[in-house]
Design a protein around this ligand. Structure first.
Ligand SMILES: Cc1cc2nc3c(=O)[nH]c(=O)nc-3n(C[C@H](O)[C@H](O)[C@H](O)COP(=O)(O)OP(=O)(O)OC[C@H]3O[C@@H](n4cnc5c(N)ncnc54)[C@H](O)[C@@H]3O)c2cc1C
Length: 493
């Protein structure tokens, strides 16, 4: 992956952990219980988990252990957003009656911090730690050579079971001229050392929204172009709120029209949208992610691929009963925690004849814009859903913090089962975990009311939403019962 690293001391420190230049491959065993292709989150969880259970495991990685999450995804993006939020906090300090003035932002220092933290976290994913756990780590490009065989470099390995955990890569922009201008993707944007003056972001999904807000807060002019509404997978009210927040912070939004042409004019990049020209000096493409399946020689292992996607059953088994898949290459929800959960499921199914189903996993997600947009389960458009909404202006903690932008929508069926929720607000990603836990444990909405929530906390919004549902859907019956009971008590004393 060229262009992902700057190559400074921090990057060398990271590589020392996750792809040590002096790494010596182990002597291969005649046969492994499990071979894991890819050392991102999905691969790491599978390999560590299997080794912990006493399996003979090999992990094959062509770039960096830790994969996207560590090198080009969650870790660098959230580190960048932290600095951006610090700048935003200074700008809005007057809301707490503190006069503060933001000085010049040293963009180079912000990006050096990103690399420093990435190097620090890399230790958790290190090749040495895997080896100490008993995993045989091989670096190189892997490709299947048979139904139970795989090659990495000159080494041929045989396996009882394999897990494809090869991840995904940024989708290319299919617009005339896009190939002829320099552009960044999530794989290269974190190696910037100079702040873009005017950044054009194409794509309004989580990556596009997070980075548009991050860069505008760090001092770039930002234009975000998206054919669809922002965060199209989330509740439409969340999309509108994020659009208004981004616009208020200075992001120029061009929504509802796809770029029709891209070209270079002098030092400017020109993106044509809806018959108008959008100009910038840097282009960031964030239009989705495509599973990495092409380079694995899958036909030789009898693993079927249709339209660039693995054919999988609900146990995450491919068309070869020995080979399973996990993480971004396998899942419609491409998140680190989803990769983690899927690999645990795969271990169970692949090594222990398990029947766990991927469709039964409760997987929340969160976009780390400010405010955050978090979701789990179904949305209001599910025909079973009785939806209630509570705004953050009813939560005292949000009021005293001056952060009332946001809401909670809770989706409950007629029997009181929680089907899903959207929470938008500061730290919504923390709050959604409570709903995910309730759904996983099969708790009913009443549990969110019975659980005592600390005051004043943002989590109170969940209790208030659950109360709102009980009021709307259970109150008349409860009131009737209460009236009857009180009447009896009056008669009998
Ligand atoms: C900018 C950005 C921000 C994100 N933020 C979040 C977030 O905040 N929270 C969240 O949950 N998710 C986030 N994600 C998504 C998250 O990073 C991914 O879902 C997660 O990393 C997927 O892990 P994985 O193991 O499936 O794939 P990867 O991490 O991509 O790992 C796959 C590995 O396989 C290797 N590989 C591929 N082919 C071969 C081969 N033939 N031979 C050997 N090795 C091979 C690759 O080199 C790679 O290391 C973000 C993604 C991006 C791009």
């Amino acid at each position: 992956m060229r262009g992902a690293l700057v190559g400074d001391g921090f990057d060398r420190q990271m590589e020392e952990q996750v792809h040590p230049p002096a790494w010596r491959s182990p002597a291969p065993l005649p046969r492994y219980d499990l071979v894991v292709v890819g050392g991102g989150t999905a691969g790491l969880v599978a390999a560590h988990g299997a080794a912990g259970l006493g399996a003979r495991v090999a992990l094959l990685e062509r770039a960096w252990i830790g994969g996207d999450c560590l090198v080009t995804g969650c870790v660098p993006s959230k580190a960048l957003l932290r600095s951006a939020r610090a700048a935003a906090d200074v700008r809005r300090a007057s809301g707490a009656s503190i006069e503060a003035r933001l000085g010049e932002i040293d963009f180079g220092a912000v990006m050096a911090r990103v690399r420093r933290l990435r190097a620090q976290i890399a230790e958790n994913d290190s090749a040495r730690r895997l080896a100490d756990a008993g995993v045989h780590v091989f670096f190189g490009q892997a490709a299947f050579t048979g139904a139970d065989q795989i090659r990495i470099g000159e080494v041929q390995l045989r396996f009882g079971r394999a897990v494809i955990a090869s991840g995904a890569r940024p989708e290319a922009l299919s617009v005339p001229g896009a190939d002829e201008v320099p552009s960044l993707t999530s794989e290269t944007v974190f190696s910037l050392t100079e702040r873009p003056r005017r950044l054009i972001v194409v794509g309004g999904g989580p990556v596009g929204c997070e980075l548009a807000q991050g860069f505008v807060r760090l001092g770039s002019e930002v234009i975000l172009v998206s054919g669809a509404r922002l965060l199209p997978r989330d509740d439409p009210e969340a999309s509108e709120l994020i659009a208004s927040v981004l616009a208020a912070e200075g992001v120029e939004l061009r929504l509802g029209a796809r770029p029709s042409q891209i070209r270079q004019r002098g030092r400017e990049i020109v993106v044509e949208v809806g018959g108008e020209e959008v100009l910038g000096d840097t282009l960031l493409v964030a239009v989705g992610r495509r599973p990495n399946v092409e380079e694995l020689d899958l036909p030789r292992a009898d693993v079927e691929v249709v339209d660039g996607k693995l054919v999988l059953d609900d146990r995450l088994c491919t068309t070869n009963r020995r080979i399973f898949a996990s993480g971004d290459v396998a899942l419609p929800l491409q998140f680190t925690h989803a990769a983690d959960a899927a690999s645990r499921l795969v271990l169970h199914n692949a090594l222990f004849w398990g029947r766990k189903r991927a469709s039964e996993l409760v997987i929340p997600w969160c976009t780390y814009t400010d405010p955050e947009v978090a979701h789990v389960g179904v949305g209001a458009d599910d025909p079973r859903a009785q939806t209630v909404r509570v705004g953050l202006e009813h939560v005292d903690r949000a009021v005293v913090d001056g952060r009332t932008e946001g809401f909670c929508k809770l989706h409950v069926d007629s029997r009181g089962r929680i089907l899903g929720a959207t929470v938008v607000g500061a730290e919504a990603g923390e709050l959604i975990a409570e709903v995910a836990l309730a759904m996983t444990a099969g708790l009913r909405v009443r549990a969110l009311v019975d659980a005592v929530h600390p005051y004043p906390s943002r989590a109170e919004i969940l209790r208030k939403a659950a109360e709102a549902w009980l009021r709307e859907h259970r109150w008349p019956r409860l009131q009737r019962l209460a009236r009857g009971a009180l009447a009896l008590r009056r008669v009998w004393g």
